[in-house]
Design a protein around this ligand. Structure first.
Ligand SMILES: *Cc1c(COP(=O)(O)O)cnc(C)c1O
Length: 453
């Protein structure tokens, strides 16, 4: 190591820091990479390595790193009014202005915002609010919520339970009344069906589950437009139209978890716009502030609002709901997204370019499929392209991730699926760099897998 401070920081990690989603023994043995700086689409580690951040932090840094306007907005708000709550008949200008702006950009009819500190809290809020909604309508038995296996909705108890990650369920992350259906993951689970057939089959699982639980017991269905943490799972094109048809038939609420897809990642403001879906509620976070400060929320339709606004107190809220500094930063972030036409550029120019360049990796012997939308992409690593057979038990994804980090690129591994979600401001030249680094790392991974065999 070139920098003596790196070892000191790693010792602090080992001795005191409980990092999220980490194996503490492994983290202690290897030591975390210490990220010290960011600018544009790049981050730097404490050893001075410059790394192209293909994950925008954690799907967050939509406008990229180092935008001083956001720092200025935070600083100005901190000097003016660093904190005030929005409980008990009070408010402040930033939270009100932000609620109005979100209503402007959200799909039609979604005009009311409950602010939280994170996406998980947004989904907790959703769970309580939809049950409150049905109770108010005189249907208190409508309590069940249908999620999807391998969906991700956060790490609070409700978030983990709504999500479909077995490892999280096994560690206290379950709640009564939350059930799951299969995901529309054709590459992994489509078997002999065509993608279109499989999309219909996966949508029909929703109807089967509604009927199994009972229409009079189901409150809502929650789904990400495109599953993010599950492996950038882009559903077959038949999936959402069929789901919409089923939802229209039964009296249940549709919740879009837009924490990743929201704020431009698909080239539209929301993933629901991209697919033409009309959710009743929408969870937001991440791109809302580009991750510069924590903030999340739940956007609520007029239909739901009209019911709950006649129901007395909603006994729910967080100290930091609508935090003025976070709201000021979110407002500035959205101003930049709008004024610099960043989302239009993703839709018309850089998104299609990224997809076209990523698709060139499909000829690589290790690659079974490349898919994506806008600034989301996935690369499936396989042993055999035709049968979609994996390098079973060889950790191909983690090997690839390691090579990426060592060659100046962040790509995340979800099993043997490599995923990317770069900042929305990535340029064409930076996309070229990302894809050529990815190809190099695929070569190195294949080499290592063969030498291990
Ligand atoms: C990250 C994420 C969440 C949870 O957000 P936190 O801010 O980590 O609580 C919820 N849903 C989706 C789709 C996410 O990607």
């Amino acid at each position: 190591m070139k920098n003596p401070q790196t070892a000191q920081w790693q010792a602090m990690s080992r001795d005191h820091h409980l990092a999220p989603f980490s194996d503490y023994q492994q983290l202690s043995d290897v030591g975390p990479r210490i990220i010290v700086k960011g600018d544009g689409v790049y981050v730097w580690d404490s050893e001075g390595n410059k790394i192209l951040d293909g994950m925008a932090g954690l799907w967050c840094a939509a406008i990229g790193y180092g935008r001083h306007e956001l720092a200025e907005a935070a600083s100005k708000q901190m000097k003016e009014l660093p904190f005030y709550n929005t409980f008990f008949m009070t408010a402040h200008p930033p939270v009100l202005e932000l609620a109005k702006v979100i209503a402007e950009i959200a799909p039609k009819g979604l005009n009311h915002v409950f602010f939280t500190g994170s996406g998980s809290e947004g989904n907790d809020t959703m769970l309580r609010l939809v049950r409150h909604y049905w109770a108010t309508k005189g249907q208190p038995d409508k309590q069940a919520i249908i999620g999807r296996i391998n969906g991700y909705h956060g790490s609070t108890v409700a978030g983990a339970a709504l999500g479909g990650m077995a490892g999280m369920h096994a560690q206290g992350g379950t709640l009564p009344g939350i059930v799951h259906i299969p995901q529309p993951y054709w590459f992994g689970e489509g078997g002999d069906m065509s993608p279109d057939e499989f999309g219909i089959w996966a949508a029909e699982q929703l109807e089967a589950k509604i009927l199994e639980v009972g229409v009079d017991k189901v409150a809502a269905f929650i789904a990400e437009p495109i599953q993010g943490a599950g492996g950038v799972i882009v559903p077959p094109k038949t999936y959402w139209p069929k789901v919409r048809e089923i939802l229209a038939k039964y009296d249940i609420l549709f919740v879009a978890d837009e924490v990743i897809c929201g704020f431009g990642r698909t080239g539209e403001w929301f993933g629901s716009d991209y697919y033409g879906n009309s959710p009743d509620l929408m969870t937001i976070a991440k791109g809302l502030t580009s991750g510069y400060v924590p903030m999340g929320g739940l956007v609520v339709s007029d239909k739901v609002f009209e019911v709950i606004s006649q129901a007395g107190d909603f006994n729910h809220g967080f100290t930091y709901s609508g935090h003025p500094v976070a709201a000021a930063v979110a407002l500035e972030n959205i101003r930049i997204l709008r004024e610099e036409k960043i989302i239009e550029r993703v839709r018309e120019e850089t998104g299609p370019y990224l997809q076209e360049r990523l698709a060139t990796l499909a000829d690589h012997p290790l690659v079974g499929e490349v898919r994506g939308v806008g600034m989301l992409g996935a690369i499936e690593l396989v042993k055999d392209k035709a049968s979609r057979k994996r390098y079973e038990g060889q950790g191909a994804g983690m090997i690839c991730r390691g090579h990426c980090f060592n060659n100046g690129l962040v790509m995340r591994a979800v099993g043997d699926t490599m995923i990317i979600a770069p900042p929305l401001v990535i340029s064409k030249a930076e996309i070229d760099e990302l894809v050529s680094k990815a190809r190099l790392c695929l070569d190195l991974t294949l080499e290592q897998l063969h030498s291990q065999a």
